[in-house]
Design a protein around this ligand. Structure first.
Ligand code: DOR
Ligand code: ZN
Length: 360
């Protein structure tokens, strides 16, 4: 951190990576790729497209589409060269060991994503019986391909606020016993139970945390009217959980790292009688995390969380370029243009954040 002469404070970090992002496909990429590539070098692209990214052929062509949009962006040549979309395969009941082997050898697939069927947006093709994945998990363990988890059970009778804990206790604990060296990321954790669970495991188990789960709790979603732009899955939990997430994220423990889960849905799909789950944070992600870390006096811990621990977990080098945050307030736009004349409302739309990215 450098304090400059006046009251300006600058914080230069190694370039961050986003280990969990939804870029979507087609015309949506014109918005999402530009926002992601402006800040991040590597991004792990979620595979919940329609139809999903199920094998290496799908992954290659999706990556090509992302890169085509990158070329059309108004970003510097340096940013374009640095941006590296890392792909994921969507695990289904029909994923084969050959799919895993091909992914492991591809050089572009970073991990395999498990959505329990019906857990969230575009998860209908997800896994219905985890016991049927034994061969695939064995292959992932053998080839060191991490498993990324949307860690929620989906049974109708389980309360939505309990779904993450039930997944950890009833599903994940058994997976870890059976596949003790498989790398696992419990994504977008939302509870103290999840933080404790991850802390209790070996170094092969880590977690990502989103900006919304660090900055907000279920009161923000529900008190004084339903705020659909805070609705995401797993759903925001009570304030005591939010506090623990902030504690572990800012603790310097490398098991916890950045994964925005930035998930675009057009305004009309969010502000609806049946609104979609997802918060769009890609464009302001770093100022959002900086605000959260600063709120507990831990901005010095941001670089590890944003730029080092994820790369370490995946066995990748940390980035060499840097990005500078400055304590000049940033006004989050009320919306961004999206495709087909639609608009996208970001997390904290219209609000002012105390940190912004210094233009280079
Ligand atoms: O809130 C969410 N939105 N959670 C997810 O797991 C999926 C994501 C999306 O794809 O919109
Ligand atoms: Zn996600």
């Amino acid at each position: 951190m450098t304090a400059t002469t006046d009251s300006t404070i600058e914080l230069t970090l190694l370039q961050p990576d986003d280990w969990h992002i939804h870029l979507r496909d087609g015309a949506a990429l014109s918005t999402t790729v530009r926002h992601a590539a402006a800040s991040f070098n590597r991004v792990i692209c979620m595979p919940n497209l329609v139809p999903p990214v199920k094998n290496i052929v799908d992954a290659r062509s999706y990556r090509e589409r992302i890169l085509q949009h990158l070329q059309a962006c108004d970003l510097s040549p340096e940013r374009k060269v640095a941006f590296d979309p890392r792909m994921t395969l969507y695990l289904t009941d029909h994923t084969t060991v050959q799919d895993i082997e091909a992914a492991a050898q591809s050089g572009i697939v970073q991990a395999v994503k498990l959505y329990p069927a019906g857990a969230t947006t575009n998860s209908a093709d997800g896994v219905t019986d985890i016991n049927a994945c034994v061969d695939v998990f064995e292959a992932m363990e053998k080839h060191d391909l991490p498993l990324l988890l949307h860690g929620e059970v989906t049974h109708d009778h389980v309360d939505i606020f309990d779904r993450e804990k039930r997944f950890l206790d009833e599903v994940l604990a058994q997976i870890i016993v059976k596949f003790p060296t498989m790398k696992i990321v419990v994504e977008h954790i939302t509870t103290s139970d999840a933080a404790d669970f991850v802390l209790a495991q070996g170094n092969q188990v880590a977690a990502t945390i989103t900006p919304q789960h660090l900055m907000f709790n279920r009161n923000h979603l529900l008190v004084g009217g339903i705020k659909p732009h805070f609705y995401c899955l797993p759903i925001l939990k009570r304030a005591s959980h939010q506090k623990v997430l902030l504690d572990v994220a800012t603790s310097g423990n490398p098991k916890f790292f950045m994964g925005t889960d930035s998930a675009p849905h057009p305004i009309d799909a969010k502000e609806s009688a049946c609104g979609c789950a997802g918060c769009y944070s890609a464009a302001a992600a770093l100022p959002l995390y900086a605000t959260a870390f600063d709120s507990v006096g831990k901005i010095d811990k941001l670089e590890g969380f944003a730029s080092r621990f994820g790369a370490q977990f995946y066995g990748l080098p940390v980035n060499q370029s840097t990005i500078t945050l400055v304590n000049t307030p940033m006004q989050v736009p009320t919306h961004y243009p999206y495709f087909d004349g639609r608009k996208l409302t970001p997390l904290m739309a219209g609000e002012t954040l105390p940190w912004s990215i210094k233009s280079q």
